[in-house]
Design a binder for this molecule. Structure first.
Ligand code: HEC
Length: 192
């Protein structure tokens, strides 16, 4: 319970307004559910394709796949769901996933939260404009597979694999993660 109060205070102080100022409880629930469904469907699509790419040609093949396909997949899912689907992070791999100023604040909020005892890493929504609702949900390093491309070089990630990642992303910052850590965030713009 104390965590919920803390998270509310954090959001209010960081974002500068109440997260659901003009929404009814029903609307908050509806848009939170909608955002969660889209995030889950997107995660499923990305991870199933990632798995096939790894099966077909190992980690190095899958890196090429992520490079070529991650953004087209989220774009086509955006069309399908009539939403704008984005993944972003404080430790970026793909510079195209750069956070806007509000996303950067939410990422900071989740980052602080994730370091607390018993962190409550839950989705949040806010009114972006008259016609748009913004949904955020934390992305965690959920399993060992993530570490093959976001782990510690020479320990959980092979140096050879990282050399390939560096070829695609010379300014990569998305490494040194451990299992269970906060990796980034879904940012989904929903139509009202
Ligand atoms: C085969 C290598 C590989 C694996 C395994 C992998 N990723 Fe990534 N990840 C990438 C690449 C390459 C990108 C950049 C592609 C893009 O989004 O355009 C990326 C981008 C991301 C991003 C977007 C933000 C950014 O930094 O650009 C997030 C979030 C992310 N990965 C989380 C995860 C999680 C969580 C897992 C495990 C479920 C995972 N990744 C597994 C290679 C991988």
């Amino acid at each position: 319970m104390r965590n919920y109060i803390l998270i509310a205070i954090l959001i209010t102080s960081i974002v500068g307004c109440s997260s659901d100022a003009t929404l009814t409880d029903e609307e908050v629930e509806k848009y939170t559910e909608q955002g969660k469904e889209i995030a889950q469907a997107s995660f499923k699509k990305l991870s199933s394709q990632l798995k096939s790419a790894m099966k077909a040609g190992g980690v190095q093949n899958a890196i090429g796949f992520c490079n070529a396909a991650a953004l087209p997949i989220t774009d086509s899912l955006s069309n399908e769901h009539n939403a704008i689907i984005k993944r972003t992070s404080l430790k970026l791999r793909n510079p195209q996933n750069f956070p806007d100023s509000l996303e950067a604040k939410m990422l900071d909020m989740y980052q602080i939260m994730s370091r607390m005892r018993n962190p409550v890493m839950v989705p949040k929504i806010l009114v972006k404009s008259e016609s748009e609702i913004q949904f955020y949900a934390p992305i965690m390093i959920a399993n060992e597979t993530c570490l093959k491309c976001h782990g510690v070089i020479g320990k959980t990630m092979k140096a050879d694999d990282y050399a390939i990642i560096k070829q695609y992303y010379p300014n990569d910052k998305a490494i040194d993660f451990k299992l269970g850590q906060f990796r980034g965030m879904w940012s989904i713009t929903l139509k009202r």
